[in-house]
Ligand binder design. Sequence first.
Ligand code: AMP
Ligand code: GLY
Length: 420
Amino acid sequence: MKVLIVGGGGREHALAWKISRSPLVEETIVAPGNAGTAAEARCEPVSAEDVDRQVALALREKVGLVVIGPEAALVAGLADRLAEAGVPVFGPTAAAARLEGSKIFAKEFMRRHGIPTADFSAHDTLESALAAVERRHGPCVVKADGLAAGKGVIVCRNPFEARGAVRDLLEERRYGEAGARVLIEDLLVGDEVSVLAICDGERILPFVPAQDHKAAYEGDTGPNTGGMGAYAPAPVLGDALREEVSDILERTVRGMASEGTPFRGILYAGLMICDGKPMVLEYNVRFGDPEIQPLVVMMKDDLVPVLAAAAAGDLRGASLAWHDGAALCVVLVAEGYPGRYEKDKPIEGLAEAAAMPDVTIFHAGTAHDGTRFVTSGGRVLGVTARGSDLTAAARAAYFAAGLIRWDGMRMRRDIGHRAL
Ligand code: AMP
Ligand code: GLY
């Protein structure tokens, strides 16, 4: 069959790398893709959020499966439209994608279904939000309700900072209508871990746990980014905790089905392990990036039959085996990211790095100018390596990353530090 992957970042390159290797797949198309996905698949210049043209592309190409990468396309209803057109699709409906599209919806859902999460209140006026900050006294977390490209979460050490965050969102509309409603919640302290599971509306098939590094600088300092690196499996989640997290994911899927919005696709729980108890920080409704980069290289089995089974609503009998050892991804970013950065810098050393054993390089923000690869985004490359253990994976990834250069390249040197 032909598979269409929607999106154009490191996540979609990792998916194209895995999916194009399946013996079931005769052709992989990525729309819009990037200069790296062009090496694995055919790229079509259709933007991920252009629902009409994505549906037209899927029909014209008679694809047997569409895998949707970015949340914005899901929230915009791309999965609904493809299903209406009779195209098998892996990704939740717009109604189910509210688990990510509205943080207030997600928290109220968790409260309704007894899923452990930080205590919270929701506000749509400045007065009520400021009053809630006063009642709390101490630290808290202020969040924009809607999608804000991962930037709408402000961890506040005291009421002074929280008042500023509330004003930024509700009064200044820093993230536009995404901040028209805000959440104020308790600050949780502990170890963070991401668990992704494939869901068919009723059943779940969890992946091994992964850990992301969102802060821009070493020691988890600096502003939050889309992710500076990740590794899997994350040892913070032992067998007993994995069971507890599976139970949380199962209850989530059952809850969505009971509310008439069954969840098919990737359910990603961002968790904080607080005093040995997993608490849900947030849900995402798609593959995490960069988490999916180490996860795909750890996957021993073909992913395509599992995605197709979930899309058809029947995961019974499906399984996924994983390689032994661990994988780690270090993201190479442009100087200045997550703020302003320059583009079009020629990248050197890519071929040498890619030739290293056990190393796979996923492109997130690159372009090809006819003769060479140049940078075209903030997150540029995900240098991913698999090893017999996390130390070996980290050594290989950092060796390969050290072969790559461009003017202004930067990386965190401590990916995996919590587990190493
Ligand atoms: P989110 O997009 O909701 O996952 O939030 C982004 C990041 O903010 C998370 O990965 C956490 O590091 C942090 N965060 C979110 N909610 C909380 C919370 N209640 N307590 C502590 N940190 C949080
Ligand atoms: N790595 C975090 C995310 O994909 O949201």
